[in-house]
Write a protein that binds this ligand. Sequence first.
Ligand code: IPM
Ligand code: MG
Length: 375
Amino acid sequence: MRRHSLAVLPGDGVGPEVIDAALAVLDAAQERFGFATDRVEVPLGADHYLATGQLLTDDVTATLREQDAILFGAIGSPKVAPGILEHGIILALRGAMKQAINLRPVRLYPGVPTPIAGLTPERCDLVIVRENTEGSYVARGSTVHAGTPAQVAVQESINTWYAVERAVDFAYRLASARRKKLTLCHKTNVLVEAGKLWLAVMEQVGERYPDVEQDYVHVDAMCMHLPVSPERFDVVVTDNLFGDIVTDLGAVLQGGLGVAASGNLNLVGTHPSMFEPIHGSAPDIAGKGWANPAGACLSMAMMLGHLGEGQAAAAVEAATTAVLAELPALAGADMGANTSELGQRIASRLRDDSAPPVKDSLMSDLATVMTGLRS
Ligand code: IPM
Ligand code: MG
């Protein structure tokens, strides 16, 4: 039987709830498609930090490195000062596992309510490729005269040809497998130095992909176009911070943060990739069963695609989106079922092999590109 090793990091707040639901769905996918996973749970997060003082240790890094993939819930807590867990765990993980890009599809699935009036699934199917290792996320900078009116803060942004090129090359490859259009999203009119580098990389790498049309939008204009005319985008490549911001907006188009999925990809296969819903730990609703597990389930589907389980990926995507389409509300007390019941509902739909076959699976299409990369 095919076996995959998996590190599970439920994390904080609603993280454990959505991960439990996603694992129930994974169990059903394994039964139906005949593969197995060996799971090791890793207790990273706010409570573990408060109890032990530990963030991402060398031991945990070594354990994670041995796995085929990492499934991540959410990390963050009002009990810990901002920045500690973000830098000490999430960003540390993305860096330690050399997860060069963050792949964030923005797809409105049929029947799923969107707050954008008149938006249809046909018009909303794009993928954002976020550079995942540098830009303003490098944690470089300094403060002088802290706590006085003369305080000065310097926050640096680093852009290397190496990291930008690998992100842009992946984005071209993805575009070439899709509708053949790649848009660079940046702010080259103000961030002139970084902008020059990104534009030059786009142009140079673009020569290797003559079939892909190149386009450019400023990030502020992107925030205007995205809700109004998402159909103008196929693949969008962008820097770490812009990618963070525009993918939250993208999530709104597809029904909200509860639905949005992501994969932090190691493009060379030296370390495991990590799959996580875009939403955070939502401490205000933790324990209530109000979080939608769809983002976690779709991230898990992307993980299955990445592990070579393309059929299972497509089926999990189909079952999750079919259940989503039945919900009276996409999160909160009005969802009509709690987080765990939704996981069960998605799992039973998956076990029901009379369900119609999946025609068009984003997650298995992405997997084809991810797999192509490693071969
Ligand atoms: C995300 C989150 C993280 C980010 C935070 C929690 C560090 O917002 O995954 O989008 O900024 O990347
Ligand atoms: Mg974010």
